[in-house]
Design a protein around this ligand. Sequence first.
Ligand SMILES: [Zn+2]
Ligand SMILES: [Zn+2]
Length: 367
Amino acid sequence: MQTTAAVVREHGGPFTIEDLELDAPRHNEVRVRLVATGICHTDAIVREGVYPTPLPAVLGHEGAGVVEAIGDSVTSVKPGDHVVLAAAYCGHCARCRRGQMAYCENLLEADFGGRRLDGTTAFTDAEGAVVSSHFFGQSAFATYTNAVEESVVRVDPDVPLEHLGPLGCGFNTGAGTVLNELKPEVGSALAVFGAGAVGSAAIMAAKVADCAIIVAIDIHDSRLELARELGATHVINSRAEDVAARLSEITGGSGLDNVVDTTGRPELLRQAAESLGIRGTVALVGAARAGTDVSFEIGSSLVKGWTFKTVVQGSSVPQVFIPQLIQLWKDGRFPMEKLMKDYSLSQINDGFADSASGAVVKPVILF
Ligand SMILES: [Zn+2]
Ligand SMILES: [Zn+2]
């Protein structure tokens, strides 16, 4: 069948809207009619060539839509079900068997390979040339796609699909880092470096977890204002203020219990580590470029017993965690729609530009 998709043909090049041929779903796949797909930073850096997905490719990994058809061995959904599409995992490696799908040993192949495991792609272009598919198991910048069952999360049909796509990656990552990985104590102090989509989700989750001090740090005042609406108790514009001094003042000198860093910038990670209190943790969730090198002064901080860790996809099992976030949204405790702005598929390049400039926290393509 035909699908209309945004295709990246060269590194750094624009998305072009093309009609592609979509093949039949395989035994383990689900054909989805997309309703909405969020734009995530990882789409942008794959377009730049930071990860090795072969071009041309259909990107997009925050899809939400309706199941149209299923392969023979699919058991978790049926046609008509509403679904969110999350990152793929293999389901059979030692990490997946432990319920640690975010750390799947076959993650690169499953999410960035651009091919099925048998080497085929789901898309061909008008010239009959192959186009990479199965980005994060889904390639969701398309009106229809074939997603692997591991990427598919069945969701409550009463909740509007228009706002659910970003649960597949960005919001899952930010909220999961707090609720699944850091598990902050009630009344503790948490700071978020970088109040974009992932950071904003971390702020909402910190409020859900009853942190007493929630600090948002960013360079855009508009994002800091939004952070306050979402639950930040304090905000710091790192261009205008001394971050270390302000954090010390806010925590009364005792330091932070947890930091979520979404920036991956060495000077901010060092700052985050220095702002920790005893037994504090810095969690890096941003995609740091290869070669990123951070140095920490450990001599004087040794006695704090602190931790630095990297966190992938909020350490979550999508099929468990995404329905939990939807329940929090229904309860008014995860107001994610405040972060989103809608675009049509033909406006996808504008959506990426607005995300890069910081003008929009979470652009969403509506089909
Ligand atoms: Zn695995
Ligand atoms: Zn993402």
